[in-house]
Design a protein around this ligand. Structure first.
Ligand SMILES: Cc1cc2nc3c(=O)[nH]c(=O)nc-3n(C[C@H](O)[C@H](O)[C@H](O)COP(=O)(O)OP(=O)(O)OC[C@H]3O[C@@H](n4cnc5c(N)ncnc54)[C@H](O)[C@@H]3O)c2cc1C
Length: 305
């Protein structure tokens, strides 16, 4: 079986590429390692996607995209891609369990959340340390939690957690929040959220679960020990490009493409957050996916003639 297009990653960009590609009657396979939706599954309510003026839940939106892809007869499998080969007649996508051949590849593997790499962080994952408020917030009803970070994701997640937790302290290394004004306005309305500026986490302590967090003020170098039942970390993103050739990446390991989503390798395209670009949002991911699919279609048709 030779596919026309293999899409790697089932977030919004990969699902959009799959919808456009399968709708164009290209034989399309989508490979996703976890669950379709990607980062959408971490969003409580999306209120900046055009057309949904009352907002839409990230999970609901992911289900709709996946259903649309399946309705156009795209094939979906759950597996992790570990490498690609492109110096042969057909390109190869190698997963943990199998090998697939294809005329084109669309890479849509997005990003994952950066860790703080402090003592206690890895040890307490699932025991008080979390990277997803939507997934874990209900476990922290009436408890004290820390949110680490000051960007859009951190502040969105803090606002979401405020519906459950008793008290939320945002720990941010700078002296002002990086998040968009609209998120800063929302946080200001939540009476149970406070922000500790110029601060970083030094260590997470506890017996079986998180109990305390040592925080250092980077200006005074003083340490403070805060009681906490949970620590939610949102300090940035790392691109999922480990399995790719370094020749197509920039210095921060994002994929370099042109405006038509072509990488420097003929017949390999990239879309969404994985690309080197300025605005990483659902609307740009979906637009990239559509463009990548059309470029793949042009490539397949050019090879035929
Ligand atoms: C908490 C939070 C809130 C956000 N809120 C908003 C918002 O309100 N509005 C907005 O527009 N944007 C928001 N974003 C950003 C938005 O979610 C992303 O821009 C968007 O999801 C990027 O889509 P993507 O398809 O490029 O990547 P992703 O959503 O990251 O999807 C990538 C997919 O690839 C899969 N994958 C990775 N590696 C492999 C592999 N080797 N093999 C197979 N599959 C693989 C992953 O499992 C994942 O499903 C938010 C993000 C977060 C984290």
């Amino acid at each position: 079986m030779i596919y026309d297009v293999i899409v790697i990653g089932g977030g919004p960009s990969g699902l959009s590429a799959t919808i456009y590609s399968s709708r164009a009657k290209l034989k399309t396979l989508l490979i996703e390692k976890n669950a379709c939706g990607g980062q959408l599954l971490m969003i409580d309510s999306i209120d900046n996607y055009p057309g949904f003026n009352e907002g839409i839940g990230g999970f609901d939106f992911a289900v709709k995209l996946e259903r649309q892809a399946r309705d156009f007869n795209a094939e979906l499998i759950y597996d992790e891609v570990v490498s690609i080969e492109y110096n042969c007649f057909f390109k190869r996508v190698i997963t943990k369990n199998s090998l697939y051949e294809t005329k084109t590849i669309i890479i849509a593997t997005g990003t994952f959340i950066r860790k703080m790499n402090v003592p206690g962080e890895s040890e307490f994952i699932g025991k008080g340390v979390s990277f997803c408020a939507i997934c874990d917030a209900p476990f922290y009803r009436d408890k004290n939690v820390l949110v680490i970070g000051g960007g859009d994701s951190a502040i969105q997640e803090a606002v979401y957690l405020s519906r459950f937790a008793k008290r939320i302290t945002v720990i941010h290394r700078r002296n002002n929040l990086k998040a968009m004004k609209i998120f800063q306005e929302r946080i200001a309305l939540c009476q149970n959220i406070s922000v500790l500026y110029n601060s970083v986490v030094k260590e997470i302590l506890g017996k079986d679960f998180v109990e305390k967090v040592v925080v250092t003020n980077i200006k005074t170098h003083e340490d403070k020990c805060l009681s906490a039942d949970g620590v939610f970390v949102f300090i940035g993103l790392i691109p999922n490009t480990l399995f790719l050739p370094s020749a197509i990446l920039d210095e921060a390991n994002y994929i370099i493409t042109d405006e038509n989503m072509n990488t420097s390798i003929f017949g390999i395209f990239a879309c969404g957050d994985i690309r080197k670009k300025r605005l990483r949002q659902i609307v740009t991911a979906i637009s990239d996916g559509a463009q990548a699919a059309i470029s793949a279609q042009n490539y397949v048709e050019a090879q035929k003639s």
